[in-house]
Design a protein around this ligand. Structure first.
Ligand code: 13P
Length: 287
């Protein structure tokens, strides 16, 4: 059931668990994540970066695929189709294409411009029933061409943006997209605590979910994180499973080269990873 992310995140914040945001790249990713959410009776957010949208030939294609698949698989759990790290123009494109949620990442603008652009998009998104995520501070590393040095968010600025009426707020707290370096110092819980104190009931978003140790995830949820984004981990398990299939020579046996067979181990690996994360985030049975 395609819905905005507003209600599922409100429930998650009140219930002290987090909804998983899993980035999608193609049909296999989408099907694996939707099926897992349904099997576990969990709400879920399908994240689409601008790069992935372009890869799938445009946001209209993505929206049509997700809507049709949601229906044909008989999905009854709440599913939000969400733009990840959207530009100002990208948000408008996704709103038009039929997404149910957008993220406007204005973190690279100065705070005045971030506030002005976020404010405009909040009004447009809410008028049409979509949820909207904003960002303050930076998520380190690179994701689909979105690069940041990863400065921690200023809690006062977080409050200003939260007060615009966004439905969820991403704040840099030392988190990074992609694999964490060996010398990573961990999440800045002191910063998260201050942000939570200033923003109250606002569901907070933890980007860069790949590779964050389980105890840090649990602590982040206890400090107000209600949405956790995972991308790279699904890519890594998909690549590993596909390599294993080919290295075992299975593509050479019978009709093992059939793409439906070739992609099956990677598909199952995404399902297993999504299940593991939903269990860790506590969203199982919360649909
Ligand atoms: P990872 O690739 O580190 O899991 O981050 C995903 C993310 O934050 C998407 O916005």
């Amino acid at each position: 059931m395609l819905v905005s992310a507003t209600e599922m995140l409100k429930k998650a914040k009140e219930g002290h668990y987090a909804v998983g945001h899993f980035n999608i790249n193609n049909l296999e990713w989408t099907k694996a994540i939707l099926q897992t959410a349904q099997e576990l009776n969990s709400p879920v957010i399908l994240g689409v970066s601008e790069g992935a949208g372009k890869y799938m030939t445009g946001f209209a294609t993505v929206a049509a695929m997700v809507k049709a698949m949601d229906k044909s698989l008989g999905i009854t759990v709440p599913v939000a189709l969400h733009l990840d790290h959207g530009s100002f123009e990208g948000c408008y494109k996704c709103i038009e294409a039929g997404f149910t949620s957008v993220m406007f990442d204005g973190s690279h603008y100065d705070i005045e411009e971030n506030v002005a652009k976020t404010k405009e998009l909040v009004s447009v998104a809410h008028h049409l029933g979509l949820s909207i995520e904003a960002e303050v501070g930076g998520i380190g590393g690179e994701e689909d061409g979105v690069v940041s040095t990863g400065e921690c968010a200023d809690p006062e600025e977080c409050k200003r943006v939260a007060d615009l009426g966004v439905d969820m707020l991403a704040a840099g707290i030392g988190n990074i997209h992609g694999k964490y370096p060996a010398n990573w110092e961990g999440l800045r819980f002191d910063v998260l605590d201050n942000i939570q104190a200033k923003t109250g009931a606002m569901p907070l978003v933890l980007h860069g979910g790949t590779g964050i140790p389980d105890d840090m995830i649990a602590k982040a949820i206890s400090l107000g994180v209600s949405k956790i984004n995972v991308n790279t981990e699904c890519q890594l398990v998909f690549a590993d499973a596909t390599r294993g299939y080919i290295e075992a020579g299975k593509d050479q046996e019978g009709k093992g080269f059939d793409p439906r067979k070739l992609l099956a181990p990677g598909f199952e690996a995404i399902k297993a990873k999504t299940k593991e994360k939903m269990e860790l985030f506590g969203s199982v049975g919360k649909a």
